[in-house]
Design a protein around this ligand. Structure first.
Ligand SMILES: Nc1ncnc2c1ncn2[C@@H]1O[C@H](COP(=O)(O)OP(=O)(O)OP(=O)(O)O)[C@@H](O)[C@H]1O
Length: 302
């Protein structure tokens, strides 16, 4: 086990495997976060803490509230109620671009507007923080005139790190699924965040590129950043997370190390209780088949 991984896991030793468990060194702390849409409670989190310097996976069936929670924490949406802090600073009603400047950024899937820009322009826009697409699509040249050289150097170094330098002048829309994910990560790193939140980093990625992508995510932690990611790909969750938080129907229903969470009955119930992604279906179906076989064996022998 690499030194960094064991250090990250060691930091979590002794943390109870229970929803809302306090962490020894939380970078994010939140309480009573509620977001409703009409009559639906999309997020209803009693307490959440994200440990600094580790990779935390946020999993749960479709519609569990994972994306809504991401949006709330990063200032892209406002809750009905709730408080949370980043590095001890209260963040309620702080707009997304300020949250990004404080060191907490989330990745975005490449939108139609961003797809029409060159790869390098996507990177330069990342430097402005996260003001949303309306801002990004406006003429932006004057924004960084003074610091242009420095910002361009940083963008080029990141493109090299993520092996996208050969694509610098290409339209972002021409990139493959895996390259788009790399660009999303590289763009988020333009503001040198302490906490990077990845939205389904494996979605649409060719299996051949998955290992390289996993390596890049681990490198974020190994250089001292905190990583929080939403993902349906259970192989990725098992492979790289130090800690897993499970949501269902807006609430945190389980937490723990990947091993303990995967073995947890309430996690299995959460997934079986709603429509979900195929990766998870495969795991649950296998588990179900084993259970069914065992039941049949028991019936045959009784
Ligand atoms: N802007 C919105 N207006 C109305 N309902 C919404 C809105 N955003 C989310 N919801 C609802 O809130 C619930 C939680 O959605 P959310 O996208 O956060 O779930 P998720 O766990 O990210 O799901 P997935 O894995 O499918 O992305 C869902 O029932 C969804 O339909």
């Amino acid at each position: 086990m690499p030194v960094e991984l064991s250090a990250a896991r060691a930091a979590l030793e002794g943390v109870p495997n229970e929803p809302g468990a306090p962490k020894p060194d939380p970078i994010v702390k939140g309480s009573n976060i509620v977001r409703t849409f009409g009559g639906l409670k999309a997020v209803d989190v009693d307490h959440i803490e994200i440990q600094r310097g580790v990779i935390t996976a946020l999993i749960g069936p479709n519609g569990a509230g994972k994306t809504t929670l991401f949006n709330l924490l990063t200032g892209f949406d406002e809750p009905d109620e709730g408080d949370w802090s980043f590095n001890g600073k209260a963040l309620g009603r702080v707009p997304a671009f300020k949250v990004a400047r404080l060191g907490m950024v989330r990745t975005f899937q490449l939108t139609k507007v961003l797809a029409k820009l060159r790869v390098i322009d996507n990177m330069l826009l990342g430097a402005t923080g996260q003001r949303g697409e309306k801002f990004w699509s406006a003429p932006f040249k004057s924004l960084w005139s003074a610091q242009e050289d420095e910002i361009t150097k940083r963008a080029d170094a990141l493109l090299e790190r993520f092996k996208l330098d050969a694509k610098r002048e290409d339209f972002a829309g021409s990139l493959s699924g895996g390259q788009r994910k790399l660009l999303e990560m590289a763009r988020a790193l333009m503001v040198d965040p302490e906490l990077i939140m990845l939205d389904e980093p494996m979605a649409g990625v060719n299996p051949a590129l998955k290992q390289s992508l996993l390596g890049h995510v681990k490198s974020l932690r190994d250089e001292g950043r905190t990583v929080l990611f939403v993902e349906h790909d259970m192989d990725m969750v098992r492979d790289i997370s130090d800690w897993v938080i499970v949501m269902a129907q807006g609430q945190i229903v389980a937490e723990g190390t990947p091993q303990s969470v995967m073995a947890n009955q309430s996690v299995i119930d959460a997934y079986l209780g709603a429509h979900h992604d195929t990766d998870i279906t495969e795991i649950d179906v296998e588990e179900l088949e084993e259970l069914a076989e065992a039941a049949l064996d028991e019936e045959a022998t009784s």
